[in-house]
Design a protein. Structure first.
Length: 281
């Protein structure tokens, strides 16, 4: 099982394949015009946000994905996309439909309003500060840091250097401080879950690498592995996760205990989905 946090493609066909995991969809990204990757998002204005959140909440599987910040060409740097009143209306709408809301956020400025509006999760989180981390803990806001994706920040900075030097400097600074920032969130007690941000710059199949990267940041092996498995499943709203009686028979077999060596996660020996063996090596 995995979470599709805002794909531009319709991935519902996967549900017809017994040999593929079940996806928890977030619908399509919601962004402002010219304020995200071209053709990825519904590009809308703030007054349209609640209606589109309602649409994507019904299209998805309990999640909606906002773009919280992106390059603003007027300031040539990262800037928030949405005013607080639009965020409050949008997140209230999602919650009324029984959906949770997550947001792509690289920088700092978008976070206070997202937290004030009642966001449920943040993707990336490299702009977090100590006061905002404390607020995340208090409000039970989760974090999916996508650590492997953060390694590409220097590439993003280089690509934007000529037109957006302030943005380039910001991305390099966020990159240099990423370890300290995310460790601070973990040590404060923020709930952290594993996500690869795959399907764009990164290929699929990197969850083992992501768990290793979380451990390299300072998460214990139990917390790093749990962030991708038995803790993530109930957080995503699906039952089971500990292979207790009555749980879904979804599990992976390895040659060694992953808690003794997380590197084995990249080499599964057998994968079982819904009680059926779908991969043997």
């Amino acid at each position: 099982m995995g979470r599709d946090a805002g794909s531009a493609a319709d991935t519902r066909w996967i549900d017809d394949r017994d040999d593929l995991p079940r996806l928890i969809r977030a619908g399509r990204h919601l962004a402002r015009p010219r304020r995200y990757i071209r053709n990825y998002a519904h590009e809308i204005e703030p007054d349209e946000l609640p209606a589109y959140v309602a649409q994507e909440a019904q299209r998805g599987d309990g999640w909606v994905k906002l773009v919280g910040d992106w390059i603003d060409r007027d300031v040539a740097d990262l800037a928030p996309l949405w005013p607080l009143d639009a965020l409050r209306a949008a997140i209230d709408t999602a919650h009324a439909y029984g959906a949770r809301v997550t947001a792509h956020v690289f920088g700092h400025e978008a976070l206070p309003d997202l937290f004030a509006a009642g966001i449920d999760c943040i993707e990336h989180g490299t702009g977090l500060t100590a006061d905002l981390i404390d607020q995340m803990v208090e409000q039970h806001i989760a974090l999916v840091p996508t650590v492997k994706q953060l390694e590409h920040f220097p590439d993003y900075a280089a690509a934007g250097e000529a037109r957006f030097p302030a943005y380039a400097a910001r991305m390099r600074d966020l990159y240099e401080r990423r370890g300290e920032t995310l460790r601070s969130a973990y040590e404060a007690g923020v709930a952290i879950y594993a996500g690869t941000d795959a399907g764009g710059v990164l290929p699929h199949g990197l969850i083992g690498d992501e768990v290793l990267a979380l451990a390299e940041l300072g998460l214990s092996p139990v917390d790093a592995l749990g962030a991708a498995s038995w803790r993530a499943r109930p957080w995503l709203g699906r039952p089971g996760g500990n292979l207790d009686e009555g749980d879904p028979a979804d599990f992976v077999v390895y040659d060694a205990d992953p808690l003794a060596d997380l590197a084995v996660l990249k080499h599964p020996r057998r994968i079982v989905l819904r009680g059926q063996v779908v991969l043997t090596r």
